[in-house]
Design a binder for this molecule. Sequence first.
Ligand SMILES: *[C@@H]1O[C@H](CO)[C@@H](O)[C@H](O)[C@H]1NC(C)=O
Ligand SMILES: *[C@@H]1O[C@H](CO)[C@@H](O)[C@H](O)[C@H]1NC(C)=O
Ligand SMILES: *[C@@H]1O[C@H](CO)[C@@H](O)[C@H](O)[C@H]1NC(C)=O
Length: 400
Amino acid sequence: MGSIQLCAIVLCALFYVCCAQLRREAYATVPQLIASSGYPVEKHRVTTEDGYVLQIFRIPAGRRSARRTGSTNAKGKRAVVMFHGLFGNSGNFVLMGPRNSLAYILADAGYDVWLANLRGNLYTAHKNLTRNDAAFWDFSFHEHGKYDAPAIIDKILNITGLSKIFYVGHSMGTTTFFTMISQRPEYNDKLVAFVAMAPAVYLDHLKMIANFFLKSFDLISVLRRRGYNSLSIRPDMLALFAGSFCTARQPQTDICMRIVYAIVGEDYDLNPWDMVPTLVSSMHPASFRQLEHFGKIALTGTFTSWENGLWGEVKPYKIENVKIPVTILYGMNDQLTEKSQVMRLADQLNSTGVLESLQPGGGWPKFNHLDFIFAKDVGKMVNKPLVEHIGELYNKYYNE
Ligand SMILES: *[C@@H]1O[C@H](CO)[C@@H](O)[C@H](O)[C@H]1NC(C)=O
Ligand SMILES: *[C@@H]1O[C@H](CO)[C@@H](O)[C@H](O)[C@H]1NC(C)=O
Ligand SMILES: *[C@@H]1O[C@H](CO)[C@@H](O)[C@H](O)[C@H]1NC(C)=O
């Protein structure tokens, strides 16, 4: 047998082993995932003013009520919309299943649940541009806030006939909220309240890293000159990687989470080992501009808009434009949106009287940035109490 054939057989075997270990969640689309968990799901399409086409997904009823009554009519229900973080997508809020994930727990509690997708992830496109066009990637969370979130909110209000909905964001999904309210303060009137999980607004502690990658090394300019515009890994490559390197069952043999934890903070206690390959293979693309814009915020110590680029003018977003109640959940061991930085945001919101509540996620000292989405007990630790809290905020601030 020639060495090439042998090689092919070994590769096939490796591929088989890898992919046999990936769960169905790693390949299903978000609507497929929701349907296979027994929930009703709707797909809607939102077109932004500047031509991006975003799919959004809706869970209009809980699992039991949909089965019992056969009704998926959400008329008159309170609605919650959720915005994902960097490299994330709408699947972040369902991936851990009915017992753990926020979207399902909310739907079962009687809410009309909406999952947003922000431009750049694989559920988005553009009317005139393809993902290979540099112009497609010419955006950061500035545009998520200026165009995507407003278009999504308006679409939901239009479909439901409601006058207000509830906004939940994780990480960059919170950045999107703050850039939206800064640029389009009229959206205060369309929201009941805002829950910010691991808000990414101040990032002073990342200054050295930003300096290294963006200034000393100038990494992104180098990649741009070589024709790259985004951080995109082909889904099949990502699945191959995840299936080969992310299948450890314990910290001693793990490489995959070690890398992730270097960025988000270590928390092996809450690591859902079964889900790690799925988690890694569910990463979606991001534009370089998103990374650079976060870099500019870290380098300047200011929650600044992009303006004329990384070295351009510093122009702070107007956090004082926020007029609705904000609840902040932070991770005590979050290295990415670190506690001291979240406190700075909290103080600022408190000084204008909109800080409703400030709580450590899960009350657990090792709680990290991703635990809000992927901790193995995130349902019990965070999401069940959070759904109660959302109910209280609705009762307090929504009078229809
Ligand atoms: C898309 O292309 C059409 C036709 O060329 C043009 O009229 C329109 O302005 C473009 N839209 C965007 C958002 O670029
Ligand atoms: C939704 O949008 C359509 C088309 O713009 C409009 O005719 C309709 O009145 C809107 N419905 C609500 C409830 O706002
Ligand atoms: C918010 O401000 C009030 C009054 O200045 C203060 O008593 C309270 O402790 C602050 N809350 C937080 C969470 O910082």
